[in-house]
Design a binder for this molecule. Structure first.
Ligand SMILES: Cc1ncc(COP(=O)(O)O)c(C=O)c1O
Length: 430
């Protein structure tokens, strides 16, 4: 049983999820009218709270940190607050375990560069064919530093199974790099089972949490992972990335560091200046989620520093439940349209996926589907989903690829039905 599988309880409570009311907090959704955002995997919209935080930073505190005047001190305070918020969001043991930066890919490369310098006799790295290329190519480049690679292959159901990881682990395994949730197929990996196996072999585990971020609660202590990376733009924040690492692991990690930077996390992981305004936005995105969780749990007042983590986790649990309903609606709509769905499509396994669907319509090029949807005011995506090796596994061309509909908590069943009408029309017209 996948420990991250959502429960049926979540589906029932999802019926009362206030998606329509939440949409009012997203100016882009209000301005967009009937336009449907089903390309959230390429960037989710941001709530007003996030816009306000970014604006406030740029208007009031757009200066370098580390000085002695009020505005620069405000930047220091904002970064400290954001670090604590994001630490609470992923249930880190301490804020210093969070590093801010440009994006997820550059953090994966930072860790891979460091691991490459420490390979020794443990030179085997396990990667998967389900992952975004960002969590594959960044490791494969270590071949010239003596790394050997083993592939944890997804099964024909489009999911990674921990039983298939076990035989790949040896006393030479240095790290397992795998996705928490596929950005293409939406399948959720049982990362706790994978972490237990990796640790039993004396290896570490690196989780790509980028796609899972907006869909469910992240708990690095429950996952028992060593690293986890996320991207703000998927979690209702601007473009930025953050890396969580177990403190002792980050302490040991060799990184590039300027002479004036202390050799300790998080400074040793954060080269140069990052986009402070976007970090302020990420802090506000956690605040938005925490307010939602607090409202849904019926607790009075606004989240504070002590409740933030539990409030945000409550929101993510409710989102996970509501999104299962969206997954069921989308799967049914795609079945009715005669689409070929790649990945988990059985209703009974809805808890093992998020509402990210890759599909094709028989005899119709993916590009035609996304163009027809665009004409009808619906954003979809076509292509290889930045996972060309996965396209090979699925037996589809890397050039044309698949169609992806990626939903988040502000999407609704009514929007799914509108897409269904467009797809049905397209099939009828051939
Ligand atoms: C699962 C996954 N990993 C990594 C990335 C790369 O993230 P970034 O653009 O922040 O480098 C993405 C981007 O879509 C993704 O979906």
């Amino acid at each position: 049983m996948n420990a991250l599988a959502g429960s049926g309880q979540g589906v029932r409570s999802g019926a009362a999820f206030p998606a329509e009311a939440l949409r009012a907090q997203f100016p882009a959704l209000q301005r967009g009218g009937s336009f449907i955002h089903f390309d959230n995997a390429a960037g989710a919209q941001v709530p007003q709270l996030v816009l306000d935080a970014v604006n406030r930073h740029l208007i009031d505190h757009n200066v370098q940190r580390g000085g002695r005047y009020p505005q620069t001190r405000a930047v220091d305070a904002m970064i400290a607050r954001a670090r604590a918020s994001v630490a609470a969001f992923v249930n880190a043991r301490r804020p210093e375990e969070i590093a801010f930066g440009l994006n997820a890919t550059s953090f994966i490369r930072l860790v891979s560069l460091a691991i490459g310098q420490t390979l020794g006799a443990r030179n085997e790295i396990i990667i998967t064919d389900l992952d975004h290329e960002a969590n594959i190519a960044t490791w494969l480049v270590l071949e010239r530093m003596g790394a050997r690679f083993l592939w944890w292959r997804m099964r024909s159901d489009g999911a990674l199974h921990a039983q298939d990881l076990a035989p790949l682990l040896t006393p030479r395994t240095r790290i397992v790099a795998c996705t928490l949730t596929s950005n293409a197929l939406g399948s959720v990996t049982d990362v706790r089972a994978a972490a237990d196996l990796a640790h039993a072999a004396g290896a570490e585990i690196f989780l790509d949490g980028v796609h899972y971020g907006p869909h469910g609660p992240i708990d690095v202590q429950a996952f028992d992972c060593d690293y986890l990376v996320c991207s703000g733009y998927k979690i209702f924040a601007p473009h930025m990335g953050f890396l969580w690492g177990r403190y002792e692991v980050l302490e040991r990690l060799p990184t590039f560091r300027e002479e004036f930077i202390p050799d300790a996390p998080p400074g040793k992981i954060e080269a140069g200046t990052f986009a402070y305004e976007n970090v302020a936005g990420m802090d506000a995105a956690v605040g938005y989620l925490a307010r939602l969780g607090r409202t849904l749990s019926g607790r009075p007042g606004l989240p504070d520093a002590h409740s933030l983590g539990a409030d945000a986790q409550a929101a993510m649990t409710a989102i996970r439940g509501y999104e299962q309903r969206l997954s069921l609606e989308t799967a049914r709509m795609l079945r009715e349209c005669g689409a070929t769905v790649y990945g988990i499509d059985a209703d009974a396994r809805v808890g093992e996926r998020v509402p990210t669907f890759c599909f094709n319509l028989p005899g119709i090029l993916p590009q035609r589907v996304t163009e027809a949807a665009a004409e009808a005011g619906i954003a979809l995506r076509d292509g290889h989903m930045y996972s060309p090796r996965l396209m090979d596994r699925l037996g589809v061309s890397r050039e044309t690829g698949v169609v992806r509909a990626s939903l988040v908590h502000y999407n609704t069943p009514a929007e799914v039905h509108r897409l269904g009408e467009v797809l049905a029309r397209l099939r009828r017209s051939g």
